[in-house]
Design a protein around this ligand. Structure first.
Ligand code: AP5
Ligand code: MG
Length: 209
């Protein structure tokens, strides 16, 4: 099954994509994680992306489309995948149609006030992409999955979070109508607890937990 996770920053795309990918045994393709890894390694793509990401703006379409096209051609994507954070603009969605067939689009719906709280308390592992909230960590500073340091993302500072929300509403939210017209969109309430949201997504996908 080829799936897109759509939703504002902090909606839980990354958190739920990891759980659903484990359950369905398919890879999670997070463009945000790919770009952050490239920045950490100081690659050419990473250097190009840094100023956009730190300002809460989108990386140019041509940069991101090439990355995803290359990634989806890999062996592990041939039995399905979850796209987490792509597409994010109508031109990206149109480009995706030229090299992939999408079966379902899950829209995670969460109100803006909740998102700001989630993002300001988020801690991430840059090595494996695991995501935590400080309220669940009890002071722990290492990743429970791989042992690497947990850090706060640069773009999770309050001012940048507000920019990211604006960018989402202006540039990414039009994709809701885009996929609704194609009959692919399934809206899921992302403000429920982690387990209930997981169950609601599995149900929307017609998959058994
Ligand atoms: P990206 O990394 O994709 O960021 P984002 O879309 O802003 O989304 P987030 O990762 O912030 O949120 P999420 O929905 O994954 O939430 P999470 O599960 O972590 O992109 C970063 C940047 O890269 C972009 O700004 C852009 O510059 C660039 N970029 C990436 N893709 C691009 C593209 N296609 N085109 C152009 N540029 C691109 O959860 C958030 C927090 O909430 C966590 O702390 C979590 O523990 C907590 N939480 C999650 N679910 C729940 C729940 N149900 N209840 C309570 N807490 C919860
Ligand atoms: Mg994410």
């Amino acid at each position: 099954m080829n799936i897109i996770f759509l939703g504002p920053p902090g909606a839980g795309k990354g958190t739920q994509a990891q759980k659903i990918c484990d359950a369905l045994n398919i890879p999670q393709i997070s463009t945000g994680d790919i770009l952050r890894r490239a920045m950490k390694e100081g690659t050419e793509t990473g250097l190009k992306a840094k100023s956009f990401i730190d300002a809460g703006q989108l990386v140019p379409d041509d940069v991101i489309i090439d990355i995803v096209k290359e990634r989806l051609a890999m062996e592990d994507c041939q039995n399905g995948y979850i796209l987490d954070g792509f597409p994010r603009t109508v031109p990206q969605a149109e480009a995706l149609e030229t090299f992939a067939t999408i079966d379902s689009v899950i829209e995670l719906d969460v109100a803006d006030q909740v998102l700001v709280d989630r993002l300001s308390g988020r801690r991430v592992c840059l090595k494996c992409g695991a995501t935590y909230h400080i309220s669940m960590l009890n002071g722990e500073t290492k990743c429970a999955k791989c042992g690497d340091d947990l850090v706060q993302r640069n773009d999770d500072k309050a001012e940048t979070v507000l920019n990211r929300l604006e960018v989402y509403h202006a540039q990414t939210a039009p994709l809701i109508g885009f996929y609704e017209k194609k009959g692919l969109l399934k809206k899921v309430d992302g403000a429920q607890g982690l387990d209930r949201t997981f169950a609601a997504i599995m149900n929307a996908l017609g998959a058994k937990a």
